[in-house]
Design a protein around this ligand. Sequence first.
Ligand code: RTP
Ligand code: MG
Length: 140
Amino acid sequence: MAVTRTFSIIKPDATRRNLTGAVTKMLEDAGLRVVASKRIHMTKDQAEGFYAVHKERPFFGELVDFMTSGPVVVQVLEGEDAVKRNRDIMGATNPADAADGTIRKTFAESIEANSVHGSDSDENAAIEIDFFFDKDEIVG
Ligand code: RTP
Ligand code: MG
């Protein structure tokens, strides 16, 4: 299995509850290595750009408000089959549907305030990493 990269966000509900370390530990325990990380407060423009694929969805406005409601930690994760590995440890979007032992089952507050984002394909991972990181900020 090839070593690949994915993009992760520790969302405002998790940073607010001081869960950055706890979430990162679950990612690391799942076999992912943090090769870039920074804490930022997303602007409305950044959140709208990042979630542009969802702009027709009814929850888009609320999602942008939530993602700009506090700091987030954006990360690049590296590991074997990183996109799938990360989505497996994240769990289902709605914590009510997430499997035991996943980040969302453990920490998420709701379908929206669900603690983490993870890219859904290698192609989107590359786009999302590029959206937030310069090449020299990533140290593999
Ligand atoms: P993500 O993109 O954050 O990794 O999560 P995902 O693939 O599991 O979920 P997606 O369908 O891409 O939705 C993106 C984010 O929008 C919020 N959401 N709210 N109110 C709602 O019904 C609703 N549905 C989704 C969540 O924060 C979700 O992670
Ligand atoms: Mg998604």
